[in-house]
Design a protein around this ligand. Structure first.
Ligand code: GLU
Length: 476
């Protein structure tokens, strides 16, 4: 155990920010303007439940309004506090800038354990929270657009959207007041899987660059790589599922609230997820070794470690023992500033949170655009695209006939080529492009500057530069 003390989450983010800005040449005062959180609202409201009045405390923090609306999820957890939402709001600012989602950063939270309430109670609480935020313009299509985060999902977003619409009956853009809604309430295909999908695309892009793999002491493809995932919630589950089913990675460890599972041969992600849904945890899962203190698996040998749960899980107490050569931060802030120093010195490569989990807000951006344009992506072009492809197929067929049937198209080519892109294909294409371009912007800084030795600093440099330019354009 180190004698150094751990800073708070927000201080941790600030320390990483400071490390990056010390390498920049920002005009005096601008550095502080970007770093500080513009405002944090605390709301306390009462809801009558089970015959008694219950008071709840919620927050919505706005970190930077250099672009509006500001964007960021709302989390439901007992540990929610001002420091945490401010740290998360700051990360949203940098995340949006990095992936070129045209938003400022915000975050919200409600101190609640959602598992302790019935669905109709959660609806009452959520609607009341939404009312408190909306009447202060902290939910608004052009000012502040929440989304799901830990403990919330499509259901809560649908309630929020409906509450806002009730309060703003003539707002034609009301649906754009929140993202992550179900499809039938103005959502977009592929939003639920988006953050996990983004983690997959991020790793695929990392593995396209020999120099970057070499920096982590890795080589070859994702196929066969040993992964340990912490948290099989929405993000961890989708990331583990896609990486194992589509890229051939082997999930050798899964860490959950009640312990960890280990199997050198690889775990069946779908089976583990089903077990958790049925039994409330991983305990008792038959096809793996169970470890009561799941956190020790963070220190197990593997190729890639994916913390996809809470902040601060890799800290000064365990960083020295982490063996994974590559960490991809699917969660926000899983590595503390102190642990970051330790891991960097050990030569561990970290794909930072503000990039790694940006898939969620990226697809939120697409959903917001869809809501404002009032039309589903692909609706106009899909059949036209298919008709043009049909022309090519017909022509190939005609040539084949002229040649007397001496050659033929490969199996499946016709079906695959004919299929025009629907909303899901377009969302995935937009997300893949976003993750590739953002990665390349980070790696360029990483490799071109001697004073930048890690991807996190590179990510901060790229995003702070964008935020600074945006302030500059406003004349600040
Ligand atoms: N809560 C997610 C995040 O931390 C998504 C935010 C959004 O879609 O606005 O990035």
């Amino acid at each position: 155990m180190s004698s150094r003390t751990e800073p708070s989450f927000r201080e941790s983010v600030d320390l990483m920010f400071n490390r990056a800005v010390s390498l920049m040449d920002l005009p005096p005062g601008l550095e502080e303007k970007i770093r500080v959180c513009n405002a944090t609202y605390t709301v306390r409201f009462g809801v009558r439940l089970r015959g008694a009045m219950h008071t709840f405390t919620g927050y919505r923090s706005v970190h930077s309004e250099h672009m509006e609306p500001v964007k960021g999820g709302i989390r439901y957890a007992t540990g929610v506090n001002q420091d945490e939402v401010e740290a998360l709001a700051a990360l949203m600012t940098y995340k949006c800038a990095l992936v070129e989602a045209p938003f400022g950063g915000s975050k919200g939270g409600l101190c609640i354990d959602p598992r302790e309430y019935e669905e109709h109670e959660l609806e009452l609480i959520t609607r009341r929270f939404a009312y408190e935020l909306a009447k202060r313009d902290l939910i608004h299509p052009s000012q502040n657009v929440p989304a799901p985060d830990m403990g919330t999902g499509e259901r809560e977003m649908a309630w929020i959207a409906d509450q806002y619409a009730r309060m703003n009956t003539t707002d034609i853009n009301a649906r754009a007041c929140v993202t992550g809604k179900p499809l039938n309430a103005g959502g977009i295909s592929g939003r639920v899987e988006a953050t996990g999908r983004g983690v997959q695309y991020a790793l695929q892009e990392f593995f396209r660059h020999e120099e970057d793999k070499a920096a982590a002491g890795l080589s070859g493809k994702l196929d066969g790589k040993r992964l340990i995932v912490q948290g099989l919630g929405n993000v961890g589950y989708h990331a583990a599922k896609f990486l194992s089913e589509e890229d051939g990675a082997r999930i050798i460890g899964i860490i959950e609230r009640d312990g960890g599972l280990f199997s050198a041969d690889g775990l069946d992600v779908e089976a583990v997820r089903n077990w958790i849904v049925k039994h409330g945890g991983v305990t008792g899962y038959p096809d793996a070794q169970y470890v009561e203190d799941g956190a020790v698996l963070l220190e197990e040998e593997c190729d890639i470690l994916i913390p996809a749960a809470l902040e601060g899980v890799i800290n000064l107490s365990n960083a020295e023992r982490v063996k994974a050569p590559l960490i991809i931060e699917a969660a926000n802030g899983p590595v503390t500033a102190g642990a970051d120093d330790v891991l960097r010195k050990k030569g561990i490569v970290i794909i930072p949170d503000m990039y790694a989990n940006a898939g969620g807000v990226t697809v939120s951006y697409f959903e917001w655009v869809k809501n404002l344009s009032h039309i589903r992506f692909g609706r106009m072009q899909r059949r036209q695209e298919e008709a043009r492809h049909q022309l090519v197929i017909d022509e190939l067929q005609r040539l084949d006939d002229v040649m007397g049937g001496t050659w033929s198209m490969s199996p499946n080519f016709k079906d695959k080529y004919l299929k025009g892109a629907g909303e899901l294909e377009l969302v995935r294409s937009g997300l893949d492009d976003t993750m590739r371009v953002a990665y390349q912007s980070m790696r360029e800084v990483w490799h071109s500057r001697d004073d930048v030795t890690d991807l996190r600093t590179a990510a901060y440099l790229v995003s702070i530069d964008k935020v600074a330019k945006s302030y500059h354009a406003k004349g600040l």
